[in-house]
Ligand binder design. Structure first.
Ligand SMILES: [Zn+2]
Length: 332
């Protein structure tokens, strides 16, 4: 009880802080030239791309829904056509890698109110897609001494988590329930297909070759819109906006709750709630996270992960984190 109250207080502070950060960042970001891909955004809503009508230039995209809603956008136009009606934008339609883009402010002020179905009042948490990372020809990371691979650990943990969540009344769908290869992009697509309320991808970390000491747990959410990622390399400076960014606040709250429970259960080193534009998170149509439940490559932590009791503990902790997240939403 006390713990949960503490959690709530912390969370309240957290919301205030993130609110301030948002207030500071958004006016700046809207001045930047970054755009978001129109196609990826509207396809999440059931729009399909079709051939543009005659008379339009080549750099035109048209999208329709089965219900007959239609969007036409043309490069350098100051508006898009929504069912034939001109809707003016703050920035002209742009283009990036041969795909049309809309500006950040237009995303917020036009695309969102017109086309996104904003979850009301708050996202549900009933149907959960659990994604066991890797599989088949992709083994993931490895503990050399134990000859234990990530794909086996993620699958076992996912199966355990499924049982626990089902006992607690959730509906659970697995992206894989055996040792098969699944493309990264197909995993969030499966969540969309099943109209999932939550997506949780399970992974274990690995250090560089020969590293048997790095350890700790980290939970990723999709990098908030226009912000920098925490992962190194060129992806860090990519400040794009993704369809999954509609759930920025929820992603963060979910990640925070799961990370907190997993650390409490395992005593593992806190590597933090991190942010990355992972393929399994980018196009999600619901809140989602990716948990790196420890270093399988570590001689110490890897030996724990190879132990079924430890994986059970991890699975229970992830389930508890999901429960806390659900409770946080209900409490709002
Ligand atoms: Zn992995």
């Amino acid at each position: 009880m006390t713990l949960s109250n503490q959690g709530r207080n912390l969370l309240t502070k957290f919301w205030i802080v993130s609110g301030l950060v948002m207030a500071v960042c958004f006016p700046l970001s809207s001045m930047g030239g970054e755009g978001i891909y129109l196609g990826e955004t509207v396809q999440q809503l059931g729009f399909n791309r079709v051939a543009p009508p005659k008379g339009f230039e080549s750099e035109t995209e048209k999208y329709t829904t089965k219900a007959g809603v239609e969007i036409i956008a043309e490069r350098n136009r100051e508006y898009l056509l929504a069912n034939g009606i001109k809707v003016y934008l703050s920035n002209k339609i742009g283009i990036l890698k041969s795909k049309l883009t809309v500006g950040r402010i237009d995303y917020d002020k036009v695309i969102v109110p017109l086309f996104w179905k904003i979850p009301t009042p708050l996202p549900s948490t009933h149907r959960i897609v659990i994604d066991a990372g890797h599989g088949g020809k992709d083994p993931g990371k490895l503990n050399v001494a134990l000859n234990y691979v990530e794909k086996a650990a993620t699958l076992d943990t996912a199966l355990r988590l499924k049982l626990i969540l089902e006992k607690r009344g959730y509906e659970v769908i697995l992206t894989r329930d055996r040792d098969v290869f699944i493309e990264l992009e197909d995993r969030p697509d499966l969540a969309t297909k099943h109209k999932a309320d939550l997506f949780v991808s399970l992974h274990f970390n690995g250090g560089a070759a020969g590293d048997t000491t790095s350890s700790g747990i980290e939970t990723y959410c999709l990098t908030p819109a226009t912000q920098n990622s925490t992962n190194a390399g060129k992806a860090k400076g990519d400040t794009s906006v993704e369809p999954g960014n509609r759930f920025d606040s929820f992603n963060l709250v979910l990640a925070w709750n799961v990370q907190r429970q997993v650390l409490a259960a395992t005593g593992a080193e806190d590597r933090g709630v991190r942010r990355a534009r992972f393929a399994v998170l980018r196009t999600l149509n619901c809140p989602g996270i990716l948990v790196e439940g420890g270093f399988i490559s570590s001689s110490k932590e890897g030996a724990k992960i190879a132990n079924a009791e430890y994986r059970q503990k991890l699975a229970e902790a992830v389930a508890n984190g999901i429960g806390d997240y659900a409770q946080t939403l209900r409490a709002k």
